[in-house]
Design a binder for this molecule. Structure first.
Ligand SMILES: Cc1ncc(COP(=O)(O)O)c(C=O)c1O
Length: 443
C-alpha cells in the first residue's frame, strides 16, 4: 500500500493539521478549492522566493535569470524583480507581460529561435539588456532595425554544443540536431560570433547554450561548459576582445514523484556547474573567466505549485482499471500527454490516510490519452466531489495551458502568511467567445 504523499513533493510551508488536512502558506488547501473553484493553480509565494534566493546565493547577484516560459504573469514578474533576478522572455508576449508589470528592460534576456521583426523591434525600442541571437536571419533583421535608427543591442550568441542531455527528446536542445542556435561542431557558431563582433549593429557580449530541461544527471553541463568555453576562447583570440559573459541556460530537474526525491538540489547543481565552468575556462585559457550566468525555470516554479481538481466520476472496470476523472486535464497540464511526464495525486483533506486504491486520474477532454496520472494511489473512500491535488505543477502547466475542448483556463492563486490572492483570474465562458466574430456576421 502506498504511503501518504511525501511532504518533500510539496512547498516547504506545507504542513498537516490535527485533522489530517493539508495546509500550504498557512491556507487550508481544500478551503482554497471551495473559495476559488477548481481546477486551480496554487503557488506558495514563500517557496518561489526561497528558490530565487537559493539561486541568487549560489551563483551571485546579477547571475541568474528566471525563465518566464515556466510560468509567467504580472505577479510573478514582480516577484522575480523583487528577488533581484533577471528575467528570460522567449516571445513578444512574454516581453509584454513582463514590461506591463514594470520589470526593468535592462534585466531582460530576450530569447526565441524565430523572433519576428516586430518582436525584435519591441525589444530594441524598450532597450532589453540582452538579445540571445539564434539564427543568421535574426542577425539580418537586427541589422535592418538598427539601420532604421534603433539602438544596437548587447547580444549573446546561442550555440548548440552537441551535448546529449539525459532528458526527454522534446526538451533536449543541446545536441546538433536541434532547431535552436548555431551549431558549434560545423563552425557555424564561430562564424555567427565573428559576424556579430564585426557588426556595428550589435555588441558581442558573450555566448549562450541551453542543453535541455528536467536534467537530473549533471555531467552534461560540464561537457557543455567545455565546448562553450573553448569556442569563447577561440573567438576572443580572433577578435582580440574579451568575452564578457557565458550563459549556460537552465535545465535543472525536479522530483515529480517520491522515487525522484534524491534529485540534485539547487546548491548541489550550482556547486557542480560552477566547478565545471571554472575548470572549462582554465582549460580554454580564459582568464579571467567570463561572468557565468544561468537561466532557471522549472527548478524555481515547479515545486512551488500544486493543482487542485474536483473529482467528477469514478469508473471501475473490474479486472482492468479504475478511472477517477477530474474537472481539468490535458488543457491545464499537457505534460503527461506531451512528454509522458509522471505525477502523483492525493486528497488534501485526507493527507495522512492510507492510499490502497491504484487508479488512473483522467481529465475531462475528448482524448483517451488525457490521463494526468497513470498510477495514482488514493484513499479507499475516494469519491465524487473530493478535491484531488497533483503536486509539483508550478512549471510548464499554466504556461502551456490551452482551451482544448473550449475548457476555460484555471485561476492562479498565490498563498502565504495565511492569505490567498488571485493573481490570474479564472477564464469565463465569455472570455472563450471574446475573439469570436460570429456576432458581427452580416453587419
Ligand atoms: C533558453 C532556455 N533557457 C532556460 C530554460 C529554462 O529551463 P528549465 O525550466 O528547465 O530550467 C529553457 C527551457 O526550455 C530554455 O529554452
Amino acid at each position: 500500500m502506498a504511503a501518504a504523499i511525501a511532504l518533500g513533493l510539496l512547498p516547504r510551508s506545507a504542513r498537516v493539521d490535527e485533522g489530517g488536512r493539508l495546509v500550504i502558506g498557512g491556507c487550508d488547501v481544500e478551503g482554497l478549492a471551495e473559495t476559488f473553484g477548481t481546477p486551480l493553480y496554487v503557488y506558495c509565494e514563500a517557496e518561489l522566493r526561497a528558490r530565487c534566493g537559493e539561486y541568487r546565493d549560489a551563483f551571485g547577484v546579477d547571475a541568474v535569470s528566471y525563465a518566464g516560459k515556466a510560468f509567467l504573469c504580472g505577479a510573478m514578474a514582480r516577484l522575480v524583480d523583487e528577488e533581484g533576478l533577471r528575467l528570460d522572455v522567449a516571445t513578444g508576449g512574454e516581453l509584454h507581460v513582463a514590461r506591463r508589470a514594470g520589470f526593468p528592460a535592462t534585466r531582460i534576456v530576450y530569447h526565441g529561435n524565430n523572433k519576428s521583426e516586430a518582436e525584435l523591434r519591441a525589444g530594441l525600442e524598450q532597450g532589453v539588456g540582452r538579445i540571445v541571437v539564434d539564427s543568421f536571419d535574426e542577425l539580418d533583421r537586427i541589422e535592418r532595425l538598427v539601420a532604421d535608427g534603433l539602438p544596437a543591442p548587447r547580444v549573446l550568441v546561442r550555440v548548440t554544443p552537441g551535448v546529449e542531455a539525459h532528458t526527454h527528446e522534446y526538451i533536449a536542445t543541446g545536441a546538433d540536431d536541434s532547431k535552436f542556435g548555431f551549431t558549434v561542431s560545423n563552425g557555424t557558431a564561430r562564424e555567427a560570433a565573428l559576424r556579430v563582433a564585426k557588426s556595428d549593429a550589435m555588441e558581442l557580449t558573450g555566448f549562450h547554450c541551453h542543453i535541455g530541461s528536467q536534467i537530473l544527471v549533471l555531467e552534461s553541463f560540464a561537457l557543455a561548459a567545455t565546448v562553450v568555453a573553448d569556442l569563447a576562447a577561440e573567438v576572443a583570440r580572433q577578435t582580440g576582445a574579451p568575452v564578457d559573459e557565458i550563459n549556460l541556460g537552465g535545465g535543472l530537474g525536479v522530483p515529480y514523484t517520491a522515487d525522484e526525491l534524491d534529485a540534485p538540489s539547487i546548491a548541489t547543481f550550482a556547486a557542480t556547474v560552477r566547478d565545471a565552468y571554472a575548470r572549462a575556462c582554465r582549460g580554454a585559457g580564459l582568464d579571467p573567466a567570463p561572468h557565468l550566468t544561468m537561466e532557471a525555470g522549472r527548478s524555481i516554479a515547479a515545486p512551488a505549485g500544486i493543482t487542485l481538481y474536483a473529482v467528477g466520476t469514478v469508473k471501475e472496470i473490474p479486472g482492468v482499471r479504475t478511472y477517477v476523472a477530474v474537472d481539468g486535464g490535458m488543457s491545464d497540464n499537457p505534460r503527461p500527454a506531451t512528454y509522458g511526464a509522471e505525477y502523483e495525486a492525493f486528497l488534501p483533506a485526507r493527507v495522512t490516510a492510507p492510499r490502497p486504491l491504484t487508479v488512473a486520474v483522467a481529465g475531462k477532454h475528448c482524448e483517451q490519452g488525457d490521463i494526468l496520472v497513470r498510477e495514482a494511489h488514493l484513499p479507499a473512500d475516494t469519491a465524487v466531489d473530493d478535491v484531488l491535488a497533483t503536486p509539483v505543477t508550478g512549471a510548464y502547466c499554466s504556461s502551456m495551458a490551452s482551451n482544448y475542448n473550449l475548457v476555460p483556463r484555471p485561476a492562479v492563486v498565490f498563498v502565504g502568511d495565511g492569505r490567498a490572492r488571485v493573481v490570474v483570474r479564472r477564464e469565463s465562458l465569455d472570455d472563450l467567445v471574446d475573439r469570436d466574430e460570429f456576432e458581427s456576421e452580416g453587419d
